[in-house]
Design a protein around this ligand. Structure first.
Ligand SMILES: *[C@@H]1O[C@H](CO)[C@@H](O)[C@H](O)[C@H]1NC(C)=O
Ligand SMILES: *[C@@H]1O[C@H](CO)[C@@H](O)[C@H](O)[C@H]1NC(C)=O
Ligand SMILES: *[C@@H]1O[C@H](CO)[C@@H](O)[C@H](O)[C@H]1NC(C)=O
Ligand SMILES: *[C@@H]1O[C@H](CO)[C@@H](O)[C@H](O)[C@H]1NC(C)=O
Length: 505
């Protein structure tokens, strides 16, 4: 029904708009449920969108002197942008877009192409061929595409890549080859302007030095989900981001990486890392992700500029000052799901900027002492902490979130928590609480201070098992008395503590 409206809309702008199409200003047309380029399109259309149609082939009708070929598209010589995604296209004949001298972007993703179309216009800048059935790239495949900047070939069936097959693409900026079947990568990629190379989820087990030799502009390299057993040698010096997640790398060595002096983000999660050379000598590294490895100790003397270090899900057993002594810029430290039993007092004393510390799922029996006063979040759930003392929390003036869920706490002293003036959220559930009046008092005091105490600690004040409702009421009264008295008794003390702190900061 609604399509009836579209015809008059097209006419408003003085264009006849074919049936089944919507025509917008600025020469943009989109058509639905067509099986070919609809006849009757204005010749000055610049953007043609035909996704989700049924178009099996893009045919050449005839060629003249085998140079100028005519296809469905040939009348539309002003086209800059064509989308034919998800149309079930199996073939695009050579030269089908030969007359579109202005074509900049061609979207053919999610079709059934077995080959990269040939004879595409030389001005093309973006070519989307992801999610097809392309199995190889021939040497002449990209002949003439000297202006191409973005090439998407992810989710195809490409099993090998020869460096020289991409050589015509002298301006290529981004190349996506993820989720293919590449095992071998041969030769040298000669792509002097390439900034991003993504080859995730293939079966690459090694990359030769030569492969990278002519990628001098490369800034981002993504190789996650391959079979690499080591960091490739001679990675391009200008790299800023390197992702090697989900491989089989066993060590990070200075000698493999020392040239990466601009590297800012390195991710090696879910590998088999057992060691990291001290002082990787990566002066610009700010993010290092290594969760899911086999590290037994925190690497020491890591990059001095590090802001985020993730060593969760390893086999760490202790944390000492020598590991983290140079990390003045560290803001986020993730050490969850290890087997840390020993956390040296003041181990993080050089981390002047640490705000986030994740220590959940370890074997700690106390809250580490001398944590930096810059901390905002501290996660200690799923440890073996049986008591929280004043000493450990003193000084955490900025702490807002404290998670003590699932530990072995039976009691909680109010004075300890009063040292946390900024506390907003406290997780205490799933501890073997002694449901005393004192605990009820602690909870009420925190709630009164606006702390969100997540989870129910005890069911009602004081357990009076088997005592019936009368005993329970008596117990409640007793608790109310206890709380009132304790509050009066501590009034002075509390005021003393609070005066130590400047709430305005
Ligand atoms: C590293 O970064 C600096 C500053 O952005 C730049 O001048 C230099 O050329 C880069 N080094 C390499 C090898 O790309
Ligand atoms: C890397 O660090 C050096 C100094 O250590 C600096 O000159 C250079 O600009 C940095 N590069 C980047 C990309 O920040
Ligand atoms: C904790 O780490 C182990 C391996 O070290 C992993 O198998 C497990 O799934 C992790 N648990 C969580 C909750 O992340
Ligand atoms: C529970 O707390 C009460 C009051 O503080 C105390 O008398 C009692 O001994 C505690 N029980 C246990 C098992 O710790």
């Amino acid at each position: 029904m609604w399509r009836l409206w579209l015809l008059p809309l097209g006419l408003v702008y003085g264009h006849a708009c074919p049936q089944k199409c919507t025509c917008e200003q600025a020469g943009s047309v989109q058509c639905f449920r067509v099986q070919a380029v609809p006849p009757g399109l204005q010749r000055d259309v610049r953007s043609l969108k035909l996704p989700y149609n049924h178009i099996k082939e893009i045919k050449v009708i005839y060629c003249c002197l085998s140079l100028i070929c005519m296809s469905d598209f040939s009348m539309l010589m002003e086209l800059e942008d064509i989308s034919l995604a998800s149309c079930g296209i199996e073939t695009v004949e050579v030269g089908a877009f030969g007359l579109q001298r202005s074509l900049r972007s061609l979207d053919l993703q999610k079709n059934k192409l077995r080959q990269v179309p040939r004879g595409l216009p030389a001005g093309l800048e973006t070519l989307r061929l992801g999610h097809n059935r392309i199995h190889s790239l021939q040497e002449s495949t990209f002949e003439g595409l000297r202006r191409l900047r973005v090439l998407e070939l992810h989710n195809n069936l490409i099993s090998s890549l020869r460096g020289n097959s991409l050589s015509p693409l002298v301006r290529l900026d981004r190349l996506y080859l993820d989720a293919n079947r590449m095992e071998a990568v041969q030769g040298t990629l000669r792509l002097p302007q390439l900034h991003l190379l993504s080859m995730e989820s293939n079966k690459i087990s090694s990359l030769s030095s030569a492969f990278f030799a002519l990628l001098q502009s490369l800034r981002t390299l993504r190789l996650s989900g391959n079979l690499l057993a080591r960091v490739p040698h001679d990675l391009p010096q200008g790299l800023l981001h390197l992702n090697l997640d989900h491989n089989q790398i066993r060590a990070l060595r200075s000698r493999d990486m020392a040239q990466l002096r601009n590297l800012s983000v390195l991710s090696v999660s879910n590998n088999r890392l057992a060691s990291v050379d001290g002082g990787l000598r990566l002066p610009n590294l700010t993010v290092l992700e290594m969760p899911g490895n086999n590290l037994r100790a925190l690497p020491s003397r890591l990059a001095p500029r590090l802001e985020r270090l993730d060593c969760g899900q390893n086999g760490l057993q202790e944390v000492g000052h020598q590991h983290l002594s140079a990390m003045r810029h560290l803001k986020h430290l993730f050490l969850e799901n290890n087997t840390i039993k020993h956390f040296e007092g003041h181990a993080l004393r050089s981390c002047f900027q640490l705000t986030n510390l994740a220590l959940e799922q370890n074997h700690l029996s106390t809250v580490p002492e001398g944590l930096p006063e810059t901390l905002v979040r501290l996660d200690l759930k799923l440890n073996r902490i049986a008591a929280v003392g004043e000493k450990e929390l003193r000084g955490l003036k900025r702490l807002q979130v404290l998670n003590l869920r699932n530990n072995r706490l039976t009691t909680l002293g109010l004075p300890a928590l009063l040292h946390l003036p900024r506390l907003r959220r406290l997780y205490l559930d799933q501890n073997p609480w002694n449901c005393s009046c004192e605990l009820l008092r602690v909870k009420r005091t925190l709630l009164a201070r606006g702390v969100d105490v997540a989870g129910e600690l005890c069911h009602g004040p004081g357990h009076a098992p088997g005592g019936g409702w009368r005993a329970s009421l008596l117990e409640q009264d007793r608790c109310e008395d206890h709380i009132r008295e304790a509050a009066e008794r501590e009034q002075l003390q509390v005021t003393d503590i609070e005066e130590d702190y400047d709430y305005g900061v």
